[in-house]
Write a new protein. Sequence first.
Length: 590
Amino acid sequence: MSILAALTKAYDRLAEDHKVPPFGYSSEKIGFLISLNEDGTPAGLPIDLRQGTGKKLTARMLSVPASFKRPGITPRPFFLWDNTAYCLGITASPDKDALSRFSSFKDFHAKVLSQSDDPGLLALLGFLRDWTPDRFAALGWPEEMKDQNVIFTLESDRLSNRYLHDRAAAREVWADLASAETQTQAVCLVTGKTAPIARLHPAIKGVWGGQSSGVSIVSYNKDAFESYGHQQGDNAPVSEAAAFAYTAVLNRFLESDSPNRLQIGDASTVFWADASDAATAQLAEDAFLAMFDSIDEDKQAGEVRAILDKIRQGLPVHDFAPQLCEGVRFYVLGLAPNAARVSIRFWFEGDFGRLAENYRRYVEDIRIAPPPRDPHPPLWRYLQETAVLGKRENVPPNLAGDVLRAILTGSLYPLTLLSNILMRLRSDKTVSVLRVALLRAVLIRNYGYTDKEAPVAFDPDNTNKGYLLGRLFAVYEQVQSAALGRNVNATIKDKFYGAASAQPRKVFAILESGSANHLSKVGKARPGARVNLEKEIGAIMGLMSPGDDPFPASLSAEQQALFGLGYYHQRNQFFVAKDHDSSAQKETAV
């Protein structure tokens, strides 16, 4: 199923639950309500519809006649609602265009409502006829209202929360306006039915980094993009209804507080399930969100946590949650900004059972010991390890989407993941547990390493050259620490990690010479510690292939990954040994 067809089908399901606006309407952020008497005079101060407490007030999402993109120097007004520049000619900052925008709002409504006899619509016409921007201050209307979106109501309808755009006469006018703009009919590429074709698709809002006015998946704004004499949307015929449906669903999913949204790097990721009943679909969506973000302890700590725990243990989903495997289709769509358009970063469609199995493989790939403090960090934490300064906004473009696609489909990880991790290790010398977990994941899936060759935990018998050199480097660092303490200005890791992991021959001779001096100093104060460290060095060197150069001129990317894995395991082995020694001493003392 295509992306647009899947979204259109999702719209039908959400429309049954009244979670998306009806055809021709859109959910918009509305800040204030102006109540009018039937003669068009304001019935009082505007009503603040914003929600929250203190200064953190947010506009309320309400269904209103659909908005549209407004390019150019003479933007069109919306029907029966708009921001204060259009509705009142008022803005927070000086705007020379505010009066012309108010004039266009007034003239537009005077034209389209001229034949109406509805009391509410006539009240709006009376208000617009008599209104002048200087009345805003004269009436004492609030400053925080400026630049907010505004709707209208009759005072007699205010208590029942019935707005002007909800009146039957207003809906009829809006339906006539929408149909009047339709010029051609053709077979819709989404539904397969002959219907009026959308020349311009509604704006998609909420894409991270995209234009605040909205972006488009389908658009033609230059002659070079058009063919066979077709203009704009006629080049890819999508019906008005289908264009509205897929954009309405996307705008719903992309809301900042939507439970169907994840931010994966620069990709605004939306997901949804298609199941025989709403409860099963919701369970699948909650489980997916918990897989790649985190558990909502208030809402998901019970059933969802149990499902994830069993998946991570390697149990097939159909054994403990068969309802999630029987006809549950799952969809994941990644969107990234591209000027006024949006790019499709990735698209996944498949059975939830298959997705769960691929997630289990990913969990197994990144398993490492000692594990991170949070046993199952969200995906964004792993991706953050590839970013300069560890900032989420610095995650390399495309990388996040490529990684998530690999996880969802069970395909190879992008090799840019390996190169970026190695680059960060050489740059900031921080060999973190999450970075090492990613290195192991790439070795397992991309290079075909087994658990024995790229072990989860410390393996004293592993003879891989990269792994052994990483271990040896960690021992040399421990020798320095034993001789000089932990408060040295720069350890050998700070100075030599990048060079040692890439070009061992240039560095390890220096490290070996330095460790001899450090061991001599350790031996004077703690002879036993020196013996143990020398034994560790000897054991590692003894695993090197006889006659083979122990320090090659260079290491490949996969060998550098094993270097990091060996370093991490050996480094933590010293802490484990120290903890065991401390415990033994305490038991002896007791």
